[in-house]
Design a protein around this ligand. Structure first.
Ligand code: SAM
Length: 365
């Protein structure tokens, strides 16, 4: 253990702790009966330390390294993506700071737009590589989506990201505008075309069905995108959010008590009724299970501590879009309320619920 601690530059105490909590158990024994690390243990330790360095919490790391669908190579790819993203983001910020220092030295003040440029445009080119850490197919939601696809044999997945929710028993074609997201599609995933929902490069009625999951709110023109889906496919299935019903911001404690800025993000966005009307469909509520596997914004409604984790927030665009000030204020407020018991007091009723109605909807047309 001492040798491993020295090589990895961590304390023996840390290794003991990881061993005790079952995060990195030392499964081998020396001839003299001392605890020792097998090759597999060392591999796991390497993953744990790398995720730790990226700012993940121990509980999240345990979930990541215990995930049976992620092997060592997949972890390496993910870690590489996260580290490159961190490096690129730091490099972009250094360049922006250099530019501003130069401008100030010449007596020029940069505009607010210039100052914020590095955080803005092309959201998924910036945040995309943090996405796979917590975003994956939630089987109970997938079941609803696949059921709604009916007997469709050919399926277009619009705003496909890394391929979550793509059915494996049908012929899928994906559309995804972000190169960062396309690059993270797993080997063997459906073919992916670089395009946007608003201009789908397919002839009328090319597919039996078209699906769009957690993406419509990113489209500059959702109604145009939905109409395009309807044009190229006989059936349309959309998993989205209803921001139109009265008091919708109050529905979820996170937006109600900590992040009301979420409301500003959706200002001017078409209502669920507008979207449904545009394609002539119906919308049904999708309840969110308390242990939802896909880490979208509402997913951790009964696991509030998760929102304190940087990597949970980075995989959800809302947190980047509200800006660092609102994010910091919301997270600090939540942290204080969790520590003081105020959150638990205010949200007493949630503990007894296994699913929650938080405005998520499935539109089927
Ligand atoms: C939250 S992700 C959802 C990805 C995937 N559908 C899932 O469920 O994991 C939103 C995706 O929408 C994509 N997107 C943004 N603007 C788009 C547009 N105009 N047309 C199609 N997709 C778009 C983003 O690049 C991103 O990959």
């Amino acid at each position: 253990m001492g040798r491993v601690a020295e090589l990895a530059d961590v304390s023996v105490r840390t290794l003991h702790h990881y061993d005790e909590i079952g995060l990195v158990p030392s499964s081998a024994r020396t001839a003299a009966g001392y605890r020792a690390y097998s090759a597999g243990d060392v591999e796991r330790l390497r993953e744990v330390l790398a995720y730790r360095r990226l700012g993940f919490g121990l509980r999240e790391i345990a979930d990541l390294v215990d995930d049976p669908t992620t092997d060592a190579v997949a972890h390496l790819h993910r870690l590489r993506g996260l580290l490159r993203e961190q490096r690129d983001r730091a490099a972009a910020m250094v360049t922006a700071i250099d530019g501003e220092l130069e401008a100030r030295a010449m007596g020029i003040r940069t505009t607010p737009e210039e100052q914020l440029k590095v955080f803005g445009a092309q959201l998924y080119e910036t945040i995309g590589s943090a996405y796979p850490a917590t975003r994956r197919t939630e089987p109970r939601i997938a079941e609803k989506i696949w059921e709604a696809l009916g007997d469709a044999r050919t399926v277009l997945n619009v705003g496909a990201g890394t391929g979550s929710y793509e059915p494996t028993d049908r012929e899928v074609t994906a559309v995804e505008p972000s190169a960062v997201m396309r690059a993270q599609r797993p080997a063997g995933a459906a073919p992916c075309v670089a395009a946007t929902a608003e201009r789908l490069p397919f002839a009328d009625r090319s597919f039996d069905a078209a699906m769009a999951v957690s993406t419509v709110h990113h489209w500059p023109d959702p109604v145009a995108g939905l109409r395009e889906m309807k044009r190229v496919a006989d059936r349309v299935v959309v998993f989205t959010y209803d921001a139109g019903s009265p008091g919708w911001l109050e529905r979820f404690w996170l937006t109600r008590d900590y992040l009301p800025e979420f409301g500003d993000l959706l200002a001017g966005w078409p209502s669920l009724a507008d979207m449904t009307r545009a394609i002539g469909g119906r919308a049904e509520p999708v309840l969110i299970p308390w242990d939802c596997a896909d880490g979208f914004f509402e997913a951790h409604w009964r696991r509030p501590e998760a929102y304190l984790e940087e990597h949970v927030r980075r995989a959800v665009s809302v947190w980047t879009r509200v800006g660092p000030e609102a994010e910091e204020r919301a997270v600090n407020g939540l942290r204080e309320d969790l520590a003081s018991g105020r959150w638990a007091e205010r949200n007493r009723d949630l503990v007894a619920l296994d699913t929650a109605e938080l405005g998520l909807r499935l539109i089927v047309a």
